[in-house]
Ligand binder design. Structure first.
Ligand code: 5AD
Ligand code: SF4
Length: 450
């Protein structure tokens, strides 16, 4: 395959057709919205900041939990009102909900287009076909589509940090998860296109790339380029380019990746390693394919090979059949690992998943809620402890913006992915700054320039 690569910046031109893109859900969706804009710009579209100016509104959606979908349904209702006021306004639903619900979305009068995650190249023709008067839908999933040749239009404001999708889909079929059904089979993207994209970003002033995939550790290109190799190739672009990655599945996280991180200072010292539950019984029903002991052995490896690394996680409270003893095992594993932060959720049964078929959603809502609150309270404690350990340390912060509280302060992240606020001095967005940590909360480090 020859790879076309062109730098694409947002076009802001009032004379062109105006598209407004709203994104829900994960980092992959943020990146997909950038791909969508990249597909639309050559067809005469300009991105607009104000929804009232748009002739086309695209909503990139998430299906991971029921409340994510409910939010979008509420939004579709609001967009319906807007549509009645503005003649000619078209509305498209993209992403995971488009794939999951298909025609059901078209039954809503407000929606004109439904396009799944693998059909964004078709958007221009779907939009054009609307002139024939019929609503349009494309939810074909692909075994090959990686949008490798499409350079996403960067919609971020800071110009410092960008996402690069290195693979799509998921083959893991965790029993609770809808992702394999709505994003299809796992496929890796041509490494040369990834390197080109990262290099281009660096040449355009970006200082950090996050390599994205549902399970980056199983990245493999033509049986040769593993994730460790890819990480090394990206890290070698420049020591001034920070490299992050997300998400890792514990069963696929091998030592070679950890040694690669250790070997390159610009690969950030942070591993996001979702555990979901600390109980072996629950992990088995979740089809996670590792035990608590195996997970802890991976954590030990991380701590041995990259001692300065932080570890974060995802957790689900109240999965089918979860007992109080299972819940206590989740709390104890959290203490054992000492996560610096975590994404914590109540179990939400998703239609058509293995769990929906095989395991009843039998933990009452109040109990799920109480367990989640206990998990959150413990994580708060652990975040405090983790940040306390940074007191008086000198950390290197990549500046991402000015602090929300004061324009005299800047904010950025450390290699460990901790947010750090400090006096601006002469520094600006995109600089690497050495900061001495002088205070902290559970969410933020505060420091002074050194
Ligand atoms: N209910 C609750 N949380 C879920 N996640 C995935 N599916 C569900 C579900 N059905 C969480 C997992 C995953 C993260 C992206 O979302 O923790 O790692
Ligand atoms: Fe869902 Fe599991 Fe795949 Fe993550 S690894 S996207 S939780 S099926």
């Amino acid at each position: 395959m020859t790879i076309k690569f062109h730098s694409v910046k947002p076009i802001l031109d009032n004379n062109l057709k105006q598209v407004y893109i709203e994104t829900y859900g994960c980092q992959m969706n943020v990146n997909d919205s950038e791909v969508v804009l990249s597909v639309l710009q050559p067809c005469g579209y300009s991105i607009c900041d104000k929804i009232q100016d748009a002739s086309l509104i695209l909503v990139n959606t998430c299906s991971i939990r029921d409340n994510a979908e409910q939010k979008v349904w509420a939004r579709i209702k609001q967009l319906g009102y807007l549509k009645r006021k503005k003649k000619g306004l078209k509305i498209g639903i993209l992403g995971c909900m488009a794939e999951r619900l298909k025609e059901k979305l078209l039954e809503n009068g407000a929606v004109d287009i439904v396009a799944g995650p693998d059909s964004y190249r078709e958007l221009p023709s779907l939009i054009e076909a609307l002139s024939g008067g019929d609503k349009q839908i494309n939810t074909m999933l692909s075994q090959e589509e990686t949008y490798a040749d499409i350079s996403p239009v960067r919609m971020d404001k800071n110009g410092v940090s960008a996402y690069i999708a290195i693979m799509r889909g998921c083959n893991n079929f965790c029993s609770y998860c809808v992702v394999p059904y709505v994003r299809g089979r796992e496929r890796s993207r041509n490494p040369q296109s990834i390197i080109n994209e990262a290099r281009e970003l660096f040449e355009n002033g970006y200082k950090e790339v996050t390599l994205l995939g549902q399970n980056v550790n199983s990245y493999l290109w033509e049986r040769e380029v593993t994730f460790a190799k890819l990480l090394e190739m990206v890290a070698k672009i420049s020591p001034q380019l920070r490299v992050r990655f997300s998400t890792s599945h514990p069963k696929d996280m091998d030592d070679s990746v950890l040694h690669t991180i250790a070997a390159f200072e610009n690969i950030c010292r942070h591993v996001h390693l979702p555990i979901q539950s600390g109980s072996n019984d629950v992990l088995k029903r979740m089809n996670r394919k590792y035990t608590r002991e195996e997970y802890l052995a991976k954590v030990k490896k991380i701590k041995d090979i990259i001692p300065e690394s932080t570890i974060s996680t995802d957790m689900i409270a109240g999965f089918s059949g979860e007992t109080e003893a299972d819940h206590l095992e989740t709390l104890s594993v959290m203490r054992e690992v000492g996560y610096y932060t975590a994404f914590m959720f109540q179990y939400s049964e998703r239609p058509d998943t293995k769990a929906a078929e095989m395991y009843p959603d039998d933990v009452p809502h109040e109990i799920k809620n109480r367990r989640l609150n206990e998990i959150i309270a413990l994580q708060n404690e652990l975040s405090h402890i983790s940040n306390m350990q940074d007191m008086d340390k000198i950390v290197e912060v990549l500046v991402e913006g000015t602090s929300k509280r004061s324009t005299a302060e800047l904010v950025g992240r450390t290699s460990q992915n901790k947010i750090c606020v400090f006096p601006a001095g002469e520094h600006k967005v995109g600089d690497y700054v050495k900061v001495k940590v002088t205070s902290y909360t559970s969410a933020t480090l505060k420091g002074i320039l050194v």
